[in-house]
Design a protein around this ligand. Structure first.
Ligand SMILES: *Cc1c(COP(=O)(O)O)cnc(C)c1O
Length: 406
């Protein structure tokens, strides 16, 4: 090799600077390099052959991104001997898309709930249905009809679940559904965004794949978009999910991965406080004279309370409630809140409210919406980790008006 120093001005400006490090970092660093260099062609060939895992190009894998995806997978099976494999994606929607796109072909079927996260319903209808992938809506509380449907359906199928579901907080018995799915060799995919592994571990209840919008609780601070795909099946990850992720390119990046990793450090403490505060607010709203109904899986009057009790460790941060009277009253409550923010997200440290009928579910048919309890007066709350007296006081002030009898 030439010993030339290549120290012309232009070259020094341009040449990559080598990291100087003689001890290991204690904490995860941010490595935004697009490409990774090899000492020689033999090393390059070796790296390309040992994919995924070796670092070649950041769309294929990155030293900051990969371990954060794996940490989310480890959390999903923590306390068990089960192994899981995880990757990060650029958003929760990307995680759902990559997962389903890597599993389904024309003629296949996604069996799912009628009401899902709004983006997921739209993705199924606008991206998958035109690919001749069928979407079958089913009531998962009727397991006998599920079994009957399986016997009739041709082609490959997957079950896609959200529990508790947005925004009526209905729950699906993951263990019971997975048991039937196993019999018919059908994969069960669970969007675990609302719970995180702190509250619910679908893989340990029999599901095959867990998806996340890390934008919500996993990151938890509202300054990063991301998603994650986790599976117990190593081959599925290596042969299907990872190649699709690499080719479609909806990968995460070092900075977002690093922000997610910061969120994970306090996940257990945040989730516990979210659960405690949500339970207290649900109890408060439940006895308020201007509240028609509270949907919270932790209340024993919730229709799926027993399912929730069996599969969840705590009941989560999300609740929804109906204000008595008209849509005007619901808007009045929304506008009367001053601590809680009107914002179309959830899972941040502060309390956030949303009026589904005029926002997230605006495009859902009114009849279908109401059939699932998403009435004009329903308000969804992502209960934050503030002082609970302040949260309750905020709602107390906003609900303090006389509802005129119609
Ligand atoms: C937010 C959310 C998504 C979509 O995630 P993005 O990060 O916004 O793409 C999917 N599922 C659920 C349950 C969500 O709350």
């Amino acid at each position: 090799m030439s010993l030339k120093s290549f120290n012309h001005f232009e070259t020094l400006c341009t040449k990559p600077i080598k990291e100087v490090r003689n001890t290991a970092n204690h904490q995860l660093g941010i490595n935004p390099s697009s490409a990774f260099r090899f000492d020689n062609t033999a090393d390059s060939i070796k790296a390309f052959l040992s994919q995924p895992g070796s670092h070649v190009y950041s769309r294929y894998g990155n030293p900051t991104v990969d371990p954060v995806g794996q940490r989310i997978a480890d959390l999903e099976v923590s306390g068990s001997k089960t192994k899981a494999y995880g990757v990060l994606t650029s958003s929760g929607m990307a995680a759902i898309h990559i997962c389903l796109q890597s599993l389904l072909l024309p003629g296949d079927t996604v069996i799912t709930q009628e009401i899902l996260y709004g983006g997921t319903s739209e993705l199924l209808n606008k991206v998958f249905v035109p690919q001749k992938i069928k979407v079958l809506n089913l009531n998962f509380s009727n397991l006998i009809s599920l079994e009957k449907k399986f016997l009739k359906l041709k082609g490959n199928k997957v079950i896609y679940l959200e529990t508790p579901v947005n925004p009526n907080l209905a729950c699906v018995d993951i263990k019971a559904v997975s048991k039937i799915a196993k019999k018919f060799k059908v994969l069960v995919i669970v969007d675990n965004t609302f719970c995180t592994a702190y509250i619910q571990k679908p893989l340990l209840l029999g599901a095959d794949i867990v998806l996340h919008s890390t934008t919500k609780f996993l990151h938890g601070h509202g300054v990063s978009m991301g998603g994650a795909i986790v599976t117990k099946d190593k081959l599925l990850m290596h042969d299907k999910i990872w190649p699709f992720l690499k080719l479609i390119g909806s990968t995460s990046n070092a900075f977002d991965a690093w922000l997610i990793h910061l969120g994970l450090k306090t996940l257990h403490i945040r989730m516990q406080r979210h659960c405690d505060n949500a339970m207290a607010l649900a109890n408060y709203l439940n006895q308020h004279e201007n509240v028609q109904k509270v949907n919270y899986p932790g209340l024993d009057n919730h229709k799926d309370h027993n399912i929730a009790k069996n599969q969840m460790n705590g009941f989560g941060a999300l609740l929804s409630f109906e204000v008595k009277g008209s849509i005007q009253n619901a808007k009045r409550v929304m506008d009367g809140l001053s601590l809680a923010a009107i914002a179309p997200s959830l899972g941040e440290t502060d309390t956030m409210v949303l009026h589904p009928a005029s926002s997230s579910h605006l495009r859902v048919d009114k009849k279908l919406r109401e059939q699932h309890g998403i009435s004009d007066t329903l308000i969804r709350v992502s209960v934050g980790i503030e002082n609970i007296e302040d949260i309750i006081n905020d709602f107390n002030i906003a609900l303090d008006f006389k509802i005129r009898a119609k």
